[in-house]
Ligand binder design. Structure first.
Ligand code: HMG
Ligand code: MG
Length: 297
C-alpha cells in the first residue's frame, strides 16, 4: 500500500552547499532557491545558522533568508543551539530545524556536545519556539550508522525520537548520515517510527554514499513514509561525517516516484534548469542519473 502523493523537502541549498569549499556568491544561492521553488518545491531547507568558523559556506544565512522568504513555501533554517535560534529570531522565518546525532561521538564532532548536552540545551529552546508559534523539525543524524561508532541501535534511535515527540516538535527527519543503511534496516526502523509516533510527520533523509539511497526510499515508502529530504543534483554531505557523500538526488527520486504513479508536484526539467544555473559555481559534477541524462540531450 504505497502512498499516492509524496512531499519532497529540498535540502540542496543547505545540505547540498554546506560542504562545498569554493565560495558561492549569495546571489547565486538566492537564484538557486528561487529556481527550485519554480520547479514546484513546497518545503525547503534554505540555509543554516551555524558557526561561520565551522561551516564558512553558510555565513551569509541572514541575507539568504531575507531575500528568499515567501508565503508559498515552508522555508526552513537549521539551528544547532541558543545562538542559532537567537539569529533566527532576528529574521521573519518561522520554521526551525534543530539537529542532534543519536551517537555521542558524531554529535561531538558536529556540534561539540554530547547528545545529552544538546538535548539539555534544546529542551527549553524548543519550548520557547513553540510558545512563539514556530514550526519545528528535528533532524536525527546517525540513525543507522555512525562514522565513529559503527552500527547504531534501533532502541537508541526510537528513544531519542520519542523525546522529541514529548517536546512537541512537528516533524522528525530521520537520517542515514553516511549512506550505510540498507533497505531491510530502513523498513524496520521506519515501520517502528510510523507505528509509535503517530502524531508526528516522519521524513526520511538518505545519503547515497553506497548507491543504496533509491532502494532505501522505496523501502521507506513501503513502511508508510511519504516525506523525503532530497537534494537537487545529489549534492550534499556533512563536513563532520567522514566519507559522507551527497544526498539522494531530487530529480532521481521524483523520476522513480513518477514511474510508479506517485505524485510529487515537482518538475524534473526545472530542477535541471536550477542546477544548470549553479554549474559555474560548483566544480564537481552533479552525480544524479537524471541530470546526466538531461545533459546528453
Ligand atoms: P563551539 O565552538 O562549541 O561554540 O561550536 P561555542 O558555543 O563555544 O561558541 C564559539 C563561538 O562561535 C562564539 O563566537 C559563538 O558566538 C559562536 P566568538 O565568541 O568566538 O566570536 N557561535 C555561533 N556563531 C554563529 N551561529 C551560531 C553560533 N554558535 C556559536 N549558531 C557550534 C558549536 C554548534 C556553533 C558548532 O559546532 C557548529 O557550528 N556546528 C555546525 C555543524 C554543521 O553545520 N553541521 C552540518 C549540519 S548537520 C548535517 O548536515 C546533518 C543532517 O543533514 C542530517 C544527516 O544527514 O545526518 C541535518
Ligand atoms: Mg544530511
Amino acid at each position: 500500500n504505497l502512498p499516492k502523493e509524496v512531499t519532497i523537502i529540498e535540502v540542496g541549498p543547505r545540505d547540498g552547499l554546506q560542504n562545498i569549499k569554493e565560495w558561492i556568491p549569495t546571489t547565486a544561492k538566492i537564484n538557486f532557491i528561487k529556481n527550485l521553488k519554480d520547479a514546484g518545491i513546497q518545503e525547503m531547507e534554505l540555509t543554516s545558522f551555524v558557526s561561520p568558523k565551522w561551516v564558512p559556506q553558510m555565513k551569509d544565512a541572514s541575507e539568504v533568508i531575507s531575500l528568499s522568504l515567501d508565503n508559498n513555501t515552508r522555508n526552513i533554517v537549521l539551528v544547532p543551539n541558543a545562538r542559532g535560534i537567537s539569529r533566527l529570531y532576528e529574521t521573519d522565518c518561522k520554521n526551525a530545524a534543530v539537529f542532534v546525532g543519536v551517537s555521542d561521538s558524531f554529535n561531538k564532532k558536529n556540534i561539540n556536545k554530547t547528545t545529552e548536552e544538546s538535548m539539555q540545551e534544546l529542551t527549553p529552546l524548543i519550548a520557547k519556539l513553540k510558545e512563539k508559534g514556530y514550526w519545528i523539525r528535528a533532524c536525527i543524524s546517525t540513525s543507522f550508522y555512525c562514522p565513529y561508532e559503527g552500527k547504531v541501535e534501533v532502541e537508541k534511535v526510537v528513544s531519542l525520537c520519542k523525546r522529541f515527540e514529548e517536546l512537541g516538535v512537528d516533524e522528525l527527519s530521520v537520517a542515514d548520515t553516511i549512506g550505510m543503511a540498507n533497505p531491510k534496516e530502513v523498513f524496520e526502523l521506519f515501520s517502528i517510527l510510523k507505528n509509535t509516533l503517530v502524531k508526528l510527520q516522519i521524513t526520511a533523509h538518505f545519503h547515497n554514499t553506497r548507491g543504496m539511497a533509491l532502494a532505501n526510499v522505496f523501502a521507506a515508502l513501503q513502511a508508510g513514509v511519504d516525506r523525503f529530504d532530497t537534494s537537487a543534483g545529489g549534492l550534499g554531505g556533512c563536513p563532520f561525517a567522514p566519507g559522507a557523500s551527497g544526498n539522494v538526488a531530487t530529480e532521481d527520486v521524483v523520476h522513480m516516484l513518477n514511474q510508479i504513479g506517485i505524485e510529487t508536484g515537482v518538475d524534473i526539467d526545472k530542477i535541471v534548469h536550477a542546477l544548470n544555473s549553479m554549474k559555474e559555481h560548483i566544480a564537481k559534477p552533479f552525480e544524479s542519473s537524471l541530470y546526466k541524462l538531461a545533459s546528453l540531450q
